[in-house]
Design a protein around this ligand. Structure first.
Ligand code: PHE
Length: 469
């Protein structure tokens, strides 16, 4: 099938888009990563930074990425190229200028490579969730209790098990993506999200009824700025990019399936708000448990060490535990589908591969890359930097460095190449006067505020890393 004749499917319903976009945003970033990054980066002051960056930088970038997809109807690589070439043609239709414009394709390529790397690393953690789900089941059947330390030990020491879990997760993701946009994504994500939210609310209520709840609230909402470090702003930026699925082309791909009538700024606002609220809920769930346990754990194992403690103590904890880990797994799956889908969509734009072949190719490469983080607590245990293992090093490189850089590139492209009236059309709604000024605010953020905040955070962290601050 040639590039021109390949028809793009659109979301069946507007609701379908929300479910998929929120489904992609909502995942391990909210439940697994947000709590431990908050503990490591300054508690309440970090939460404040995170919420600030989510709306000041994340939301405008999300709007930008969705718009890039919707306007070009392409995935990120060819969307970057299309935008730059169109702008060059409208200005100076000389072949030389147009050829130069094609170079913008590198911004897209960079984000697809990041996407593949994140997919691999994400698959390892999704494998952990799968392991806990199975352990929960087996432990309950055999002993009637849940052995947290034992479950973690099995995982930590067995690299092959982690590789097998990672591969199994990627295989499941692949099968769904091969089935295509609507049948695959909408159905899965749509069914799971509402159930998970109800479950989360029930568990948060239980957790907040613990005696440590007040301390947890203070930890989470009282900003003690002395706890921030030079790395905190960058960690907040990186986490915002990760949790809103930015900088990897995922939202560009989702935007390309949007139908004409969807108003992007409102859609972006809803997705950002939902995602942020869910992260805060995750904090409310985990922190009372963490404080109850005397803050003895942090790092990537935090969720897995604390949550079972609550589940063991409550009535029908076994059922809640199973349901929670099933939902968490499905949320991870929703996000993984978004990641795989955006690499596949780019391959479809550029090659003659079938959807199935593109998905298999991506899945295989991701499995191979995933071997490294999967071995981080066993064979590669010795690889360490300032006490952080391989998985955390990879996490920092990917999420705190590459993601912000990639998002910066896309913002740079949008600010320079997007035609004003085309972009304005996406913002202005004749019935609402307020939308007239919305565009100029957005444009200011994309062109100046977001780049300044992101580069400032990168610079601060870099100076901290080489010991100059
Ligand atoms: N946003 C997802 C999460 O919070 C992760 C993700 C990043 C998914 C980028 C798709 C693209 O877990």
């Amino acid at each position: 099938m040639s590039r021109e004749t390949r028809k793009r499917s659109l979301w069946g319903t507007r609701f379908g888009f929300y479910l998929a976009a929120i489904g992609s945003a909502f995942g391990l970033g909210n439940l697994w990563r947000f709590p431990y990054v908050t503990v490591e980066s300054g508690g309440g002051a970090f939460v404040l930074l995170y919420v600030f960056f989510a709306f000041a930088v994340g939301l405008p970038l999300l709007i930008g990425e969705l718009m890039l997809g919707k306007l070009t109807r392409r995935s990120v690589i060819s969307a970057c190229q299309r935008l730059a070439v169109d702008e060059a043609l409208s200005r100076a239709p000389r072949p030389k200028d147009v050829k130069g414009a094609s170079e913008w394709v590198w911004f897209g390529r960079f984000s697809v490579v990041c996407c593949l790397l994140v997919l691999s690393y994400y698959a390892v953690i999704s494998g952990w969730v799968l392991h806990f789900l199975m352990q929960f089941f087996v432990n309950q059947l055999q002993t009637g209790t849940f052995e947290v330390d034992q479950s973690l030990k099995i995982l930590r020491e067995n690299g092959l098990l982690q590789i097998a879990l990672t591969s199994a997760h990627l295989l499941i993701t692949l099968v769904i993506v091969v089935k295509g946009v609507q049948e695959g994504i909408e159905k899965w994500v749509g069914n799971v999200m509402p159930v998970f939210i109800v479950l989360l609310i029930i568990l948060v209520t239980k957790s907040l009824s613990l005696p440590t709840a007040t301390d947890a609230m203070r930890f989470m909402f009282y900003p003690d700025f002395s706890k921030l470090t030079v790395f905190s702003p960058l960690m907040a930026v990186g986490h915002v990019m990760f949790t809103l699925s930015l900088g990897l082309g995922t939202m560009v791909t989702f935007g390309s399936y949007l139908n004409e009538r969807t108003r992007i700024p409102a859609a972006g606002f809803r997705v950002t708000t939902m995602d942020t609220v869910i992260s805060l809920f995750a904090g409310l769930l985990i922190f009372p448990l963490l404080i109850g346990g005397g803050f003895t754990t942090t790092g990537p194992e935090l969720l897995f060490q604390t949550l079972p403690r609550l589940l063991i103590d409550i009535d029908s904890g076994f059922l809640f535990g199973m349901a929670f880990f099933i939902c968490l797994y499905l949320a991870a799956l929703g996000a993984s589908i978004g990641l795989l889908e955006s690499v596949v969509a780019n391959l479809l734009d550029f090659t003659k591969l079938s959807r199935a072949k593109a998905a298999w190719l991506t899945g295989t490469v991701a499995t191979i890359i995933g071997v490294m983080p999967a071995l981080s607590t066993s064979a590669l245990k010795g690889v360490n930097f300032r006490g952080h293992g391989m998985l955390e090093i990879l996490d920092a490189i990917l999420i705190d460095a590459l993601l912000p850089l990639s998002a910066l590139g896309i913002a740079f492209l949008m600010a320079r190449k997007l035609k004003r009236d085309t972009a304005e059309d996406e913002f202005i709604n004749d019935e609402s006067v307020a939308t007239q000024t919305l565009y100029s605010h957005w444009f200011f953020v994309i062109k100046w505020l977001a780049p300044v905040l992101i580069s400032g955070s990168i610079l601060l962290a870099a100076l901290g890393l080489v010991g100059l601050i």
